[in-house]
Design a protein around this ligand. Structure first.
Ligand SMILES: *Cc1c(COP(=O)(O)O)cnc(C)c1O
Length: 326
């Protein structure tokens, strides 16, 4: 590095100490993945005579208890291999909460300072989870300012803004490498309808829908990608071209629905979209608990409500098959 004899500048990747740090950082992130088990694919009970099977992929059982563990791992590996994160780099992220919990976990794994830039409305519970993982929370009054504020903080500290909303779709290896799509398709192989008709997901960054949709196309599966969107989100109106479908208000369903058309939302990978009323999401969240005994969040309600619409359409056409949601 600069000052250690003048041979190297800060940007010099041939510095052996920097390369040794990078190797160790990647080993630690990969070792975390190597210690982790895959997430379950549960069967949601439907009447057997329908000939339609519904599955729920449970993304809540990662080490941090956050659904964003896969994304955080991908963003760190992407930034490390790009040379954007080095020894001592302050890592900054704009987040509504869950991503920051997982990123704080990885920052601590690498002995790096972590700052989450979040709307002031973020729940105290989320803030405590981030702090528990060793992160610092920087709260802003205007939710739409989290992106610029993150960029500013990263610049000021000489740090790196991870920028999940830009990089989610490319940091994740969509062709495979044990991503969520490969996991779903391999867990389905022994089912009576192994290739799902539909996979139903919500969009926050849009990374999950991009990964699964591209994977299904690459594998030449018949599976179509359906994105469910809460009533106040911009994604549905952008996809449908119906500007009146966007209220301009923030989403009330945690983790999904945005007020900005996020760069990671790959609109042409989406085969179908369903706009789901918030009341339907919450009612379905309760129904999932009643039918499965599993406590789930509002976005699972959104997903399952959307899946039910597709089940009803298949039923009315006399079709058999399977649907997977998250
Ligand atoms: C982030 C999130 C999603 C969507 O994932 P993206 O890949 O960011 O689009 C869905 N549900 C919940 C609860 C989330 O936190």
């Amino acid at each position: 590095m600069a000052g250690d004899g003048g041979c190297c500048t800060v940007g010099d990747h041939s510095d052996p100490a920097a390369r040794a740090w990078l190797n160790e950082a990647i080993r630690r992130v990969e070792a975390d993945a190597n210690r982790s088990a895959d997430t379950h694919l549960h069967v949601f009970p439907l009447p057997a005579g329908w000939g339609i099977d519904l599955y729920l992929k449970d993304e809540s059982v990662h080490p941090t208890g956050s659904l964003k563990h896969r994304l955080a791992r991908s963003l760190f590996l992407h930034a490390l291999c790009n040379g954007w994160i080095r020894e001592g780099t302050t890592v900054v992220e704009a987040s509504s909460g869950s991503t920051a919990v997982s990123e704080a976990f990885f920052a601590r794994l690498l002995d790096l300072p972590f700052v989450a830039v979040m709307p002031r409305s973020t729940s105290q519970e989320k803030i405590e989870l981030i702090e528990f993982q060793g992160g610092r929370c920087h709260l802003v009054d205007d939710p739409s300012s989290i992106y610029d504020e993150s960029r500013r903080l990263a610049h000021e500290t000489g740090g790196h803004y991870l920028d999940q909303f830009t990089y989610a779709e490319r940091a994740t290896d969509w062709r495979g490498n044990n991503n969520i799509a490969e996991s779903i398709f391999s867990q389905m192989t022994l089912e009576r309808h192994p290739v799902p008709e539909w996979i139903v997901v919500g969009a926050g960054t849009g990374g999950t829908s991009a990964t699964i949709g591209r994977y299904a196309r690459l594998g030449r599966f018949a599976t179509r990608m359906c994105v469910v969107d809460p009533e106040h989100s911009i994604f549905f109106s952008a996809w449908s071209g119906d500007a009146s479908a966007y209220s301009g208000r923030p989403s009330r369903i945690e983790g999904i629905g945005r007020q900005r058309l996020e760069p990671s939302f790959m609109i042409d990978v989406v085969d179908h979209m369903i706009q789901v009323p918030d009341a339907a999401s919450i009612a379905t969240m309760r129904l999932v608990y009643e039918r499965t005994g599993r406590s789930v969040g509002g976005s699972t309600g959104t997903n399952v409500w959307g899946a039910f619409q597709l089940v009803a359409e298949m039923l009315s056409r006399g079709e058999h098959g399977s649907i997977v949601t998250l």
